[in-house]
Design a protein around this ligand. Structure first.
Ligand code: PEP
Length: 252
């Protein structure tokens, strides 16, 4: 089963609107010849419509970094799936470890957010990953199992057809520490078989499972060469269009 490589840049809380547009403009030029890879950038909510306009007609797609699960209402400071869609996004990152860690997001909340995203046709990027202490206590698989099972609870196969799963060990995010090829391989294999058990073998075979955690031009080729790794979710190294392009061109 061939899965299209998926390389996404999470710009976190960096870049003003004009800065985001400028980076997107450079990236569009540098990546204009890239084919057969899904390239996504996820700027802040404020920059979404601006970046979407500047990417029109290019081969780069847009994602949001978060979504609220309610459709609308008195939820000061929140942004709905409809609003994100209308701003031009195709994907939405859900359950990033920074949201779980600093904003108390639980697996149950993540599940509601995925539902809200799917209802409007946004493609969810479900982030999961163990903390350093969970890994040291040999609770990696237990943690991931719960994040996937609870995060995807109650969904039918049809609803999850565009799901992307991002395995991001918390201890590797923004730390410069990358998981070893062996660690990544074991987890991705485990996740694919878990999706098979929870849903179906076909679903597991078609779902992209990407790695995130200090991905850079120096390590992306090795990571992409690991069986069951279908792409990368990149934080820090996606902020510079040239560096991110080198990651996207991992195969050249
Ligand atoms: C991320 O934010 O999802 C991430 C993986 O960050 P970094 O690449 O900086 O570790």
């Amino acid at each position: 089963m061939s899965r299209i490589p998926f390389i996404a840049g999470n710009w976190k809380m960096y870049k003003t609107g004009p800065e985001a547009v400028e980076t997107a403009r450079i990236l569009t030029q540098l990546c204009s010849n890239v084919q057969d890879i899904d390239i996504i950038i996820a700027p802040t909510f404020l920059s979404l419509p601006l970046v979407a306009a500047s990417l029109e007609g290019s081969n780069i797609k847009i994602g949001a970094q978060n979504v609220y699960f309610e459709k609308q209402g008195a939820f000061t400071g929140e942004v709905s799936a409809d609003m994100i869609k209308a701003a031009g996004a195709e994907y939405v990152i859900i359950g990033h470890s920074e949201r779980r860690q600093y904003f108390g997001e639980t697996n149950a909340l993540v599940c509601k957010k995925i539902k809200a995203a799917i209802e409007v046709g946004l493609k969810p990027i479900l982030c999961i990953g163990e903390s350093e202490s969970q890994r040291n206590e040999e609770k990696t698989f237990l943690t991931l199992d719960k994040q996937v099972s609870d995060g995807l609870k109650g969904f039918g196969l049809d609803e999850l057809k565009d799901l992307v799963v991002a395995y991001e060990p918390v201890w590797a995010i923004g730390t410069g520490k990358t998981a070893t090829a062996d660690q990544v391989k074991k987890v991705h294999q485990y996740l694919r078989s878990l999706l098979g058990k929870l849903f179906s073998k076909d679903f597991a075979d078609q779902t992209r499972i990407v790695y995130g955690g200090s991905v850079k031009p120096e390590n992306v080729k090795e990571l992409m060469g690991i069986e069951d790794v279908d792409g990368a979710l990149v934080g820090g190294a996606s902020l510079d269009a040239n560096i991110f392009t080198n990651i996207i061109n991992y195969d050249i």
